[in-house]
Design a protein around this ligand. Sequence first.
Ligand code: PLP
Length: 292
Amino acid sequence: MSAVLAMIDFSPETGEATGFHLVDATSPQLRVDDLAATRGDGVFETISVSYGRLQALDAHLERLAVSARMLDLPAPQLGVWREAIIAVGDALSATGLDEGSVKVVLTRGVEGGTAPTGWALGLPSPDFTRERTEGISVVLLDRGYRHDVASTSPWLLAGAKTLSYAVNRAARREAERRGADDVLFVSSDGYLLEGAVSSLLLLHGDRLVTPRVDIGILAGTTQADVFAWAESEGLQTGYELLRPADLASADAAWFVSSVRHATPLREVDGVARPIDAGLTARLNEALLARID
Ligand code: PLP
């Protein structure tokens, strides 16, 4: 596996990022008392690398800063992170791969320390051709929070991209136990939210809609780029409060995310759904060709 790793250098005095250095990706780098390891206390981003280009880099850097603010982490020096991500993306692309990703992680650092920990890890992507063309099956699972959780209980960090993804992984295993590929979370008061690692898109006629991002879900960079593309193609777009009935009546539905891009939902809770193969192909073509 041709992984590429850059560790961010932090000043122990100020806690600010001062630069980065490339290291052997298989060498040990993380201390066992880092709060990422002991508490899942940190934030991350995953950026697609498609045919030599980093995609939506600005949007990912902005969201890294937003997540850091939500966790009261020190504001990341985005210039340093950008350079590290570009160096990793370039080194990854130089291995000749078509699709890969750069995962960036910012943690609260070692317990009792004075600086955060951070790195950017480049990896080749699996082949998602089947998911992108044939689609995936999902089950609706209750996330257990109301759709207003972000305003009533901000300490639950709904909508931040934190390292604590054990719940998302558990939900995916539950989906698998129920015979499905993935999960679509629903709020306890009945609104469609998001997947474990993706945003939801529904097509009604020539209108593409996604759940409002103020309901405790992640503001998707891929969804935002899909909307920009869809508008240029003459489709209408909208952020709405959506219910399972809106999914049942949709002409087509997708999960979208960095790296996997657009995957049609071909089955929801065991019921087959129509796939718009033509629009899906155009969507994925546009997503693979994205430049920042
Ligand atoms: N929602 C969740 C919970 C995610 O983890 C992700 C991506 O990992 C997304 C949505 C999609 O975000 P993006 O399109 O920026 O990758």
